[in-house]
Design a binder for this molecule. Structure first.
Ligand code: F6R
Length: 607
């Protein structure tokens, strides 16, 4: 988390730094700051809260200078206030940092004993003092930075600037991403290529353990031993325009509405609708020979994978283990020579997912990754990337990335089913025809927005909500709960409907709405029995179903959201939309910051 930027430029850099930080705000928005060298002296402006506060600060007190670094923060060590905001200074050294310095407590103790005074509660300030101590001991800036870097444990992307040298920024990476942008007589450093896109699309990604000496006309990259290393220069695919909300009130609303289009782009990438066939892909494994697929991801991406598990097992008869990445990475799962691993990540930078990928790589398991951000670390480290064509997702709550992840996973499940001989040619074209219909059904669901908004107004008055579903609607129930809690701050839980009577039913009373996701499928009647159990205890039900489902149920304490009749295979893609809309309208009714909810960040690059 946190976004960092550095520019060694020709023109005043303060406005360019702020512009780049706007592109990085998805990484954190607790506070922001920039530093430049103005008239030979380090100078900085910092502000608590959103970037707009920093912009106001700079309007009142502008900063000159053609070299600078900037930071947008997601707090790990120290509360989000101006004092803890980056850049941090120590005797002519300025520093911005993304990550966690795990040995900061020992280092801090050592520096305090050496007479260094700390002004913030951050782990970052130790790095500034370490570098400045090396300068004091007589090292030149580059060596001082290298010596300090060797003392650090943990995850970091850093940019370091020195008073007295306005042609030098040191960048370093160990964990969180850092890219160098090559300009003409100007150089850049940034957490991702999108931040750098308006300046240049020629980028070099640092690898773990790399550090770089960045000057206007020259860049050198070294490993931790100080040996020069070569890293390729690449054309980035970062979009140079800052995505806007168009006529929508929030990015999340816009992204929900983009789904029919982006689902169809994603499906078309994998499926040939004219031939009714899955496209042939060049894979590092053969689906037919696998005995297991290990999947891992975090948050919403994990829930997409959990739905994917049902599809791979049902349609391809391929056993799937799906794990939360922060568990997978430490649980030492045995992987056979017939396994493949699949990681799912919108950002392609999530620290736990990346660590899980590396665990599988060490086990020599072929690796696929379903990612949105091309050029991201997970995309680059996988043996094969399965892109989702969602486009930039700005709202912190994942919406269109989720349904695009589902679209990619459903397509891959069909591909696997065909390869393993469980989906015959006719069945393949039926499943592909069903998937082709998903965007149209998604569009129909969007037309129910007014009705869903009315239900959401009621939800906005409660403190707890339960979501229930069976089969693929079970992970969807968890996704509904996740979406609601993260943007409305209402406590919500998603449960397998059959689990209700094993505990959660004790919570049911007239104050607890229960949202039941139940397309009229093979197990609809089972879910209805669970619904009756809720009604019998005075629980208020919001049923999301189709016409056939609605016709079979009538309870007085009930709202019903009636979706189009959709084939069972694609139901999770279509049913994702009403749960997103419910969360969205609830949050709007409560007046929360929908696109940037408290305590969250779009890209989670720390454990
Ligand atoms: C929830 C949400 C998060 C992410 C999770 C993984 O709306 O967005 O739960 O899904 O942080 O992020 P990625 O997909 O970037 O790995």
């Amino acid at each position: 988390m946190c976004g960092i930027i550095g520019i060694v430029g020709q023109v005043p850099v303060a406005p360019l730094l702020v512009d780049a930080l706007k592109r990085l705000e998805y990484r954190g928005y607790d506070s922001a700051g920039i530093a430049t060298i103005e008239g030979g002296e380090l100078a900085r402006r910092r502000a608590e809260g959103k970037l707009v506060n920093l912009e106001h600060r700079l309007d009142e007190e502008p900063l000159a200078g053609t070299i600078g670094i900037g930071h947008t923060r997601w707090a790990t060590h120290g509360v989000p206030n101006e004092t803890n905001a980056h850049p941090h200074f120590s005797n002519g050294v300025a520093i911005v940092h993304n990550g966690i310095i795990e040995n900061f407590a020992e280092l801090r103790q050592e520096l305090v004993e050496d007479g260094y005074a700390f002004t913030s509660q951050t782990d970052t300030e130790v790095v500034a003092h370490l570098v400045s101590r090396e300068l004091k001991r007589g090292a030149r800036p580059v060596d001082a930075a290298h010596r300090a870097l060797k003392r650090l444990e943990g995850a970091f992307a850093l940019a370091i600037m020195f008073q007295g040298d306005d042609d030098l920024i040191i960048g370093a990476r160990n964990g969180p991403p850092l890219a160098i942008g090559h300009g003409k007589g100007e150089m850049y450093l940034g957490s991702d290529a999108i931040a750098l896109a308006p300046f240049t699309n020629s980028v070099t990604y640092l690898e773990d353990g790399d550090w770089a000496v960045v000057r206007r006309n020259h860049v050198e990259i070294f490993d931790m031993k100080g040996e020069p290393v070569e890293r390729p220069r690449q054309q980035s695919v970062g979009s140079s325009f800052l995505v806007d909300k168009g006529n929508y009130h929030h990015f999340m609303e816009k992204e929900i509405h983009e789904q029919p289009e982006v689902i169809s782009h994603t499906l078309a990438h994998y499926l040939d609708f004219t031939e009714g066939r899955a496209r042939a892909l060049d894979l590092p494994f053969d689906f037919a020979k696998l005995d297991r697929l290990a999947m891992s991801a975090c948050g919403t991406a994990y829930l997409a994978g959990s739905i994917g598990k049902y599809w791979f097992e049902r349609y391809a008869r391929l056993p799937v283990d799906i794990d939360i990445a922060s568990e997978f990475r430490y649980r030492e799962m045995p992987l056979s020579g017939k396994s493949a691993a699949l990681f799912i990540s919108q950002s392609g930078e999530t620290a736990d997912t990346l660590a899980s990928l590396r665990y599988c790589r060490d086990q020599n398991v072929p690796i696929g990754a379903v990612v949105n951000v091309r050029g991201s670390t997970i995309a680059r480290e996988a043996d094969v990337t399965f892109p989702i064509l969602a486009g930039p997702e700005v709202g912190v709550a994942s919406t269109k990335a989720f349904t695009c992840q589902l679209s990619a996973l459903a397509s891959l499940a069909v591909m696997a089913g065909v390869a393993r001989g469980h989906i015959a040619s006719e069945a393949e074209s039926i499943l592909i025809r069903q998937l082709a219909e998903a965007p149209r059904f998604a569009n129909q669901v969007l037309r129910l927005s007014d009705q869903i908004e009315k239900v959401a107004r009621e939800l906005s008055r409660v403190r707890h909500v339960l979501y229930l579903g069976r089969d693929t609607s079970y992970p969807l129930a968890m996704e509904g709960a996740l979406k609601l809690k993260e943007i409305s701050y209402i406590h919500a839980e998603g449960y397998a409907a059959g689990e209700l009577k094993h505990g959660p039913i004790a919570l049911i009373d007239e104050t607890m709405p229960v949202i039941v996701i139940a397309p009229h499928d093979r197990i609809f009647d089972k879910t209805m029995s669970n619904m009756q159990e809720v009604a019998a205890r005075g629980g208020r039900i919001i049923l999301i179903t189709d016409e056939a489902g609605a016709a079979r149920t009538s309870l007085t304490t009930m709202d019903t959201i009636v979706l189009p009749d959709v084939p069972e295979f694609i139901a999770p893609i279509v049913y994702a939309l009403p749960i997103q809309l419910l969360a969205y309208f609830t949050a709007v009714a409560m007046g929360t910051d929908v696109d940037q909810p408290r305590n969250l960040a779009k890209s989670v690059t720390v454990e």
